[in-house]
Design a binder for this molecule. Structure first.
Ligand code: DAH
Length: 421
């Protein structure tokens, strides 16, 4: 036995005594020892260090381990017993694989205790070799079993730990998703549909990627006409059937043409008026506190045989009073220019009370639909006449709630949005 080993044995002497005592006890009940209930308390404690519950394979190893306790008791050589006990103790102390593999090297490695014992047999007589050899081998087998058990139990512990860390407690109450709300601009959109719907306007929806003809030409904006530069247009990298680039609609006015063309026949032959609103998204190359590259408009169109500017005044004034929920507002029609209306007017409004009281506020473009546009609807401009308007939904919303910066609508800040939910 080398010095290192002796030192180690001396150091672990206290533990080993206790272990040996328990092993000797086990010996007294060697036959019953397989049943864990009858394993002496100290041995049970030792085994209890291994995690429970264990998978069946590990349980089997534990049984083997318990049996190895009886083997320990059968060992007669106290040095071998000591090594065996010390090994069991080391393995039991192992809290991780690295420690355990180190402990293994201490007993079963090239310079390990068991190896040393086997080497030490060289000087013995053949008779002694036989008994001592058998004894050492028994101890070695038992140490190997104990090692296997500890390996399994450490792996099971690691797995249990991981499972516990990753487990989901399905009984915990949910975090909740909160209640969603409708965006203030969409609320305005919906309110407009309600108000115009209540006085017989149909609601139409159309493409946001639009052909040049619908967005400009049909609305009296021929190619190269200077009025086109009134709106900065996003173009799409693809041509329409007319060979001109498609674009993101710069206003909802193309919906006048789309809807009127589809219903022109009903008007000419059956006398069904064209009376529609078309709310939707629109796009322009523009971005500041009052302009966003994407914004919303609502288009209105009423065409029949005798729809006049007076009808526009009546309809739009009524709309504003209902939208702002007050009769205390005034409306004026200020001459303006749009290529698709003649005459054209800017609609201004003024509150008689509230924080915006007394200021004329621009609210919408409007006018009597230009005869050329009526023709593009597929209708006879000598016979059919009417009005159109186009208003910004953000503008309406800002005036209604006193919002100063248009960008708030698009930032998705819940502190802002929640005020309207
Ligand atoms: N389309 C115009 C714009 O975006 C607004 C407009 C003005 C629409 C007059 C109309 C109208 O229908 O009659 O600036």
């Amino acid at each position: 036995m080398n010095d290192r080993l002796e030192k180690h044995l001396r150091e672990s002497a206290g533990f080993i005594d206790a272990l040996l005592a328990s092993a000797e006890q086990s010996d007294a009940s060697a036959l019953a020892i397989r049943r864990q209930a009858e394993v002496p308390e100290s041995t049970q404690k030792f085994i209890a260090q291994f995690s429970t519950p264990l998978p069946p394979a590990t349980q089997k190893l534990i049984d083997d381990f318990v049996e190895s306790g009886t083997q320990l008791a059968q060992l007669t050589d106290s040095i071998i017993k000591t090594h065996f006990g010390s090994a069991l103790l080391d393995f039991g102390l192992a809290r991780d694989t690295a420690y355990l593999e180190n402990a293994k090297a201490k007993y079963l490695g090239k310079a390990g205790a068991v190896t040393e014992l086997l080497k030490g047999m060289a000087q013995l007589s053949p008779e002694e070799k036989k008994t001592r050899g058998a004894e050492i081998n028994r101890a070695k087998d038992a140490i190997e079993v104990a090692l296997k058990v500890r390996r399994e139990s450490l792996a099971a512990q690691a797995l249990n730990k991981q499972l516990a860390a990753e487990s989901i407690d399905v009984t915990l109450p949910g975090r909740g998703r909160g209640v969603g709300g409708i965006h203030p601009v969409i609320k305005t959109w919906q309110r407009c549909e309600e108000i115009f719907g209540s006085i017989g306007f149909d609601v139409a929806d159309g493409p946001e990627i639009e052909a040049d003809w619908y967005n400009f030409t049909a609305l009296n904006n021929p190619p190269n006409h200077p009025a086109r530069s009134m709106q900065d247009t996003f173009y799409v990298d693809m041509n329409g059937t007319d060979g001109l680039p498609l674009l993101l609609r710069t206003h909802t006015s193309p919906m006048q043409v789309r809807y009127a063309k589809m219903h022109a026949n009903d008007l000419s032959s059956k006398g069904t008026p064209i009376k529609v609103i078309a709310p939707g998204r629109t796009y322009r190359v523009d971005s500041d506190a009052t302009h966003s590259p994407m914004f919303h408009q609502i288009e209105g169109l009423w065409i029949d045989e005798n729809i006049s500017f007076a009808d526009l005044k009546g309809v739009y004034t009524d709309f504003l009073r209902r939208f702002f929920e007050t009769d205390a507002l005034q409306v004026r029609f200020r001459p303006s220019y749009f290529p698709f209306t003649e005459p054209s007017a800017e609609i201004d409004m003024k509150f008689d009370s509230g924080p915006l009281k007394g200021r004329w506020l621009e609210i919408s473009g409007s006018g009597q639909v230009h005869p050329s546009v009526v023709k593009n609807f597929g209708l006879d401009p000598e016979r059919f006449i009417g009005f159109a308007f186009g208003s910004g939904l953000e503008r309406l919303t800002m005036l209604k709630h006193g919002i100063g910066d248009l960008r708030l609508f698009f930032e998705g800040d819940l502190r802002f949005l929640k005020q309207f939910a």
